[in-house]
Structure formats: structure tokens, C-alpha cells
Design a protein around this ligand. Structure first.
Ligand code: HEC
Length: 177
């Protein structure tokens, strides 16, 4: 065998290049989970790097698991076992105050901050009570499910970030038991 051709087959520069590309591919996911910035496709921002699609898919799953039983399969509201339940789809109440739904999920409705016993959603009055199924949930889950409701059931609007939920949660603490 000609040693020259063997050497050129394993050109060190090419090996180095392949090694560098391989290392980059392996490190990418690591950089993502530890990233503090997040790209513009990273609405979870802060400490997690989900794409917008992954974030909304997570919200969709949480919505199906926690909300449809009372608010209807597609969030249309109506008469369910929980009584007369307001819609989350195309809900003017939901969209009226960007972060109020965070408080509703953390504390139920009515709560010590939202004290009205009657709410009006799309012109219709609701006098029920909601004990949120997500009072124990983390900020990511709250942000994801509410972003799904905003984006998919209310025709868009900017998404709710994990950081916003954290800040809002701190501003409206649960009453001391
Ligand atoms: C056990 C039944 C039940 C479940 C489960 C439930 N809700 Fe509700 N929800 C209600 C009722 C009843 C009201 C109306 C409360 C009132 O009249 O003050 C309500 C009101 C709301 C409102 C305010 C009205 C509006 O249109 O914006 C929001 C926001 C809301 N729910 C979000 C959710 C989300 C998100 C989930 C799932 C994580 C969920 N709810 C799960 C029963 C429920």
C-alpha cells in the first residue's frame, strides 16, 4: 500500500472538521436546556428552550387534561357537570386582561383579588365558582396552557412567558391558610 495515499485519505484537517461538526451537534441540545436567553422561537424563555410548537403542544395536552371537562371539548363553554360554564374560546373576558387568567388558575374564581361573584363573558352572566385544577402547577405549565388558550382558541395574541407567571405569582400570593 502506498503510504502517501493512505495519509491523504485521513487528512487531519478533514478529521478535525468532522470532529468539530460532531461536537457542535452533540452540544446543541445541552446549550438549549441551559440557555438563559432563548431565541425568538423560545417563548418559554428564561430557563427552558422549547420551540413555540412544543410549548403550545404542551399547553394543548394540559388543556385537554384539565379544562375540557368543564369548559367543553374545544373550550366552547356551556352547561356541564360544573353548571353553567363560560367559554374560553373567543372569550372577551379571557382576553380583556392579559395576566388575570394566571391568577384564576392559581387561586380559582372568585378569589381574594377577583371578588365579583358574577362575571360577564361575551355579554352573558356567570355566577358559578371555579376551583382551579392547576393550583399546584409550576410556572411552565400555567404559561403553556394559557398560551394555548390565547393562541389556539382566541386567534393569537402574544404568548404568556414563564417569567411573567413567576412575577405575577409573586405579586398575588395565595392567602395564608
Ligand atoms: C370543575 C370545572 C372547571 C374546570 C376543570 C375548569 N374550569 Fe375554568 N371555570 C369554571 C367555571 C364554573 C367558571 C365561571 C366562574 C364564575 O362564574 O365566577 C370558570 C371560569 C374560568 C375563567 C374566567 C372566564 C373566562 O372566560 O375567561 C377562566 C380564564 C378559566 N375558567 C380557565 C380555566 C382553565 C384554563 C382551565 C383548565 C386549566 C379551567 N378553567 C378548568 C369551571 C371550571
Amino acid at each position: 500500500m502506498n503510504p502517501k495515499s493512505a495519509a491523504s485519505r485521513f487528512n487531519p484537517k478533514i478529521l478535525l472538521l468532522i470532529g468539530a461538526v460532531f461536537a457542535l451537534v452533540m452540544l446543541l441540545p445541552l446549550g438549549c436546556t441551559t440557555s438563559t436567553g432563548g431565541g425568538k422561537d423560545c417563548p418559554a424563555q428564561d430557563s427552558l428552550c422549547l420551540t413555540k410548537e412544543q410549548f403550545l403542544a404542551k399547553g394543548d395536552t394540559l388543556f385537554q387534561m384539565n379544562c375540557t371537562g368543564c369548559h367543553g371539548d374545544s373550550g366552547q363553554g356551556g352547561d356541564t357537570h360544573a353548571g353553567h360554564t363560560p367559554p374560553l374560546r373567543n372569550s372577551n373576558f379571557f382576553m380583556a386582561q392579559r395576566l388575570r387568567p394566571v391568577r384564576i388558575l392559581l387561586l380559582g374564581l372568585p378569589n381574594i383579588y377577583d371578588t365579583a361573584t358574577e362575571i360577564t363573558v361575551n355579554g352573558e352572566a356567570y355566577i358559578n365558582h371555579m376551583s382551579s385544577p392547576m393550583t399546584e402547577s409550576n410556572n411552565l405549565d400555567i404559561a403553556a396552557v394559557l398560551s394555548f388558550v390565547r393562541d389556539s382558541l382566541n386567534g393569537g395574541g402574544d404568548l404568556i412567558t414563564v417569567k411573567e407567571v413567576a412575577t405575577f405569582r409573586a405579586a398575588y400570593p395565595s392567602p395564608v391558610q
